[in-house]
Design a protein around this ligand. Structure first.
Ligand SMILES: NCC(=O)N[C@H]1[C@@H](O)[C@H](n2cnc3c(N)ncnc32)O[C@@H]1CO
Length: 147
């Protein structure tokens, strides 16, 4: 799993078109979304993660919590993003991992939104620009090599 974490004044998206034959079913309300004062986390789930999705969820949540604590962000935007890796997990595994990350972050007390999976989306992002505002993290199941 590769993550790009951007501490932002806001992130807003608008669903444009289907990018998969069977994208995640969404309500009309989910076609647009916005959070202010947010840690935006762009996430590419990778083939290597298929070996132990549960462990990758735990490791990703730990990393996100760590960065959120450092930048004092209380809101998280989980953003499916298939452009951080050249060896992507298959969509059904990727969606499940992202749903679990969302769920666990909510359990940890964060306000969380997750952008819809399987779509092309327009988005606007305002990066805060401080020294910790742009970070990347990579997590894999134990025993697997980070590519
Ligand atoms: N920017 C727009 C976009 O990326 N759209 C992506 C993601 O929403 C999602 N997706 C598919 N596979 C994955 C994966 N392994 N990890 C994350 N998202 C995925 O499916 C779309 C087409 O790849």
């Amino acid at each position: 799993m590769r993550m790009l974490l951007i501490h932002s004044d806001y992130l807003e998206y608008e669903v444009k078109d289907r990018a998969l034959k069977n994208p995640e079913p969404i309500s009309e309300e989910q076609r647009k979304g916005r959070l202010d004062e947010v840690l935006a986390v762009f996430m590419s789930v990778e083939k290597v993660d298929e070996a132990n999705p549960e462990e990758v969820v735990e490791k990703a949540v730990k990393e996100i919590k760590d960065v959120a604590g450092q930048v004092k962000a209380e809101k998280i935007f989980v953003y499916p993003f298939a452009h951080l890796s050249s060896d992507l997990a298959k969509p059904d595994v990727a969606l499940e991992v992202l749903q679990k990350v969302e769920e666990k972050l909510k359990e940890e007390g964060f306000e969380v939104k997750r952008a819809p999976f399987g779509y092309y989306k327009a988005f606007k992002l305002s990066c805060k620009g401080h020294p910790l505002a742009e970070l990347s993290r990579s997590v894999v199941p134990s025993g697997e090599a980070v590519s």
